[in-house]
Design a binder for this molecule. Sequence first.
Ligand code: HEM
Length: 493
Amino acid sequence: ATDPPVIFHWLPIIGSAISYGNDPLNFFFSAREKYGDVFTFILLGRKVTVALGPKGNNFVLGGKSTVLNAEDAYTHLTTPVFGKDVVYDVPNEVFMEQKRFVKVGLSSENFRAYVGMIEDEVQEFLTHDPSFSVFQANDVNEWGEFDVQKVLQEITILTASRTLQGKEVRAGMDKSFSELYNDLDGGFTPINFLFPNLPLPSYRRRDKAHAKMSAFYVDIIKQRRAKGNHGEPDMIEALMQQTYRNGEPLKEHQIAHMMIALLMAGQHTSSASGSWTLLHLAANPEVADALYQEQLKNFSNPDGTLRSMTYEELKALPLMDAIIRETLRMHPPIHSIMRYVRDDVVVPPSLSAPSEDKTYVVPKGHYVLASPAVSQTDPRVWKEPLKWDPYRWSDPEGVAAQAFATYADEHGEKVDYGFGAVSKGTESPYQPFGAGKHRCIGEQFAYLQLGTIVATIIRNMELRIDGVPEHNYHTMITMPKTPRTIRYRRRKF
Ligand code: HEM
């Protein structure tokens, strides 16, 4: 048995931090050429073993939490932001119970109430925010422009707070809450991951904002308790009713901290995905038009206006679904999923197979890293992987299905990634929401939120851009580089 190969680097502690930090995908693809699917690189003194491909995803995401551990990898980043006693600040079994509580709040019943609320918020934003002055001027001939990332960040937090977070948080968005959010967010960056505590103003602002935000939520809980149950279709309401298996209810500060965790987990992931979706629609007006036609076909009133969608109807829109799915294939918001290695772990030979008499062992103390972003844009798996083509998803005999077949053929084995099963299981090339124990629970909410935002925008305007920007990897979540200005024109009704 031998350690995985270490990527060559000149600077002992820094290692490959610069090339990884600037463009992790390029770094992974080039390293794979030289070292294969499993290799180690140095990231500011940490030893990180990367495992690529569907089997690499399976190795990292399907591992036992006692060996490949998430909380040891993330807590120094997340606990100062989310707070104590939730998520990665508790043992895995406790967090798994907490995830189950959150699922109760993510019910179809709640979701049914959300579509109309999100539509209202977006319509309101288009009608009043200065970014859309040309739209508001009601001129159907003039083109205006907006910064897609800025607009999507605002729309995402307004819609998440109106729905999941609840009306008190939504009301706070117009006042002090958004400032607290910004300060807290300033503590959720790659620098905070690398250096958990530095004597810098941004760290102090993070800690102050956390304390205030936590108190804000605790206050909401107390006020709701005092007034009795009001049956709000939101997460605070759902969490207030949950008890651990040992019979203890969730404590107020735990509810508060879980709400902060959910806010942070959903904000940049959804706003980035929404931005990329609009960028591709703007760059592909024929697809945007087909999407608009899908809306017209399903929701036209006799007088030509469009009626609201129901949650069930939204879920049954094939092109909308394919557009979001394809955008998440090319731009999964999270490029690196990490675990801390608590015990030496053998890499399955089918993943690495350096030679017949040698297997790789990842030593205790390393981190392992999966990057579904690699398998999602791998030419070994996908035809024309860098082409944004939502139609590859709509035809089960089509490009995507063939792509999976190609993968199976080349690997001389029958691998059935199955159509609907594409994002399930831990061994799959398509995992924008991760897989296994730590898989995302926000997927349905994200599809609902994105689908409603995109539908409302596409109903109101045409979009154009001359090319889709490249990835900016310097943020925690992969964002589009500037300029990311979309031109728009109000539709005639
Ligand atoms: C976990 C992606 C939206 C809550 C994850 C993971 C990924 C992911 C890749 C796995 C992380 C890991 O294994 O270390 C996304 C994407 C989103 C999205 C692409 C939107 C497009 C949301 C939303 C929420 C949410 C809206 C909350 C409402 C969570 C939670 C976890 C998670 C609670 C579990 C973390 C764990 O078990 O360790 N997400 N997410 N996500 N996500 Fe999301």
